[in-house]
Design a protein around this ligand. Sequence first.
Ligand code: GDP
Ligand code: IMO
Ligand code: MG
Length: 393
Amino acid sequence: MTGIVIVGAQFGDEGKGKIVDYLVDRLKIDYVVRFQGGNNAGHTVVVGNEKFKLHHVPSGVVQGKQCFLGNGMVIDPKVLIDEINNLKERGINPKLTISPLAHVITEKHKELDAADSKIGTTKRGIGPAYSDKISRSGTRFSELNSVYPNYYSELSKYIGDVSLKVNQALEKKKKVLFEGAQGTLLDIDFGTYPFVTSSNTIAGGACVGAGVSPKKISLIIGVSKAYTTRVGSGPFPTELKNEVGEQIRNKGAEFGTTTGRPRRCGWLDAVMLNYAIRLNGIDSIALTKLDILSGLKELKICTAYGYNGKILRTFPFDAKILEKCEPIYETLHGWPEFSHEEWQKFAKLKFERLPKEIRNYILLIERLTKTPISLVSFGPDRNDTFIRHKILV
Ligand code: GDP
Ligand code: IMO
Ligand code: MG
């Protein structure tokens, strides 16, 4: 089977764009599909001196792949047109199919979202567009002509039956990659409600949001940073409100791709990661931004929470409980700064020959999550990646 799902295992911005771009090449992917969210997403792909920030269009576009915008998405037509034109100006003529069942983000949705002050949304109209969908009063792309005739004339050539085409591709044994947006902890059902986005971001969302059977999915990869970040409000037990958090933010350029807001930074949380592994059925982890932890004397990974005098080893379903959870840490030695050339050299070495502190960090995550780390990313570029375990089983 040839359906592969890539999901964010944390609060979004895990580096999904980079990992998708890398895997499209490495796994010889034919098609890339977005299945939920809209332009609240900002996925970065870096190739040499070129940097692409994608909002609606799947990251596979950079490598010229056929891309699909599934029924589970909400789409701002004007922003999508700008995104397409921007890609064309940069020499990429996107091959797109947009589902007629995807919902349109309208001006009204953006106005309503602009009034949000509680959640810290991206103000792109996402929540109001999904509200209209659920209350059966939304506008779908099949009716774009009736609300925005000008946009329709520009986008009509891209509208097509995504579910049919993706299923036909899978029948022909083509490789299809489903690119998640946001992250598991922002899922409307399983995230830190109400501080979440308005769609199902977990792997199951790929089937509903693209119109494919769960039987077609054979591999699920969870993307996780080597630490944790969150943009917007909501509980975050391992948040560092000190110089270490500040250091990670500055070094990791942790400012939102979509809104430019500073991201909150903290230690890696294995309790949260295990929750993501359970909800998504993650086969292996792609660990990103390991380079950013360099130069810190000690590193911590949260292994459990203290709550009301008890120890919690599983993630609480209630965000009100999570707010009161105190992280319990395992502390490790850090590793020094390495130059980019040194990291590239590491990438070619056998795992056993990497610096001991880096190995210990990776091995502890694998031990705590009982999940292999298949990929390690140490820079934004496609080439700043090494494989630790076979990706396809
Ligand atoms: P996404 O929304 O999950 O696709 O992630 P974003 O693109 O919003 O944020 C990830 C940021 O980290 C982008 O600026 C990437 O270029 C960058 N990035 C990805 N992987 C790495 C890495 O391993 N090291 C460093 N230093 N930067 C990375
Ligand atoms: P990518 O795909 C990080 C956050 C917002 C806010 C909450 C709800 O780049 O990982 P929304 O506008 O969706 O109603 O906002 O979700 N959020 C993201 N955080 N990465 C994203 O996407 C996000 N998309 C939404 O900051 O807290
Ligand atoms: Mg992002």
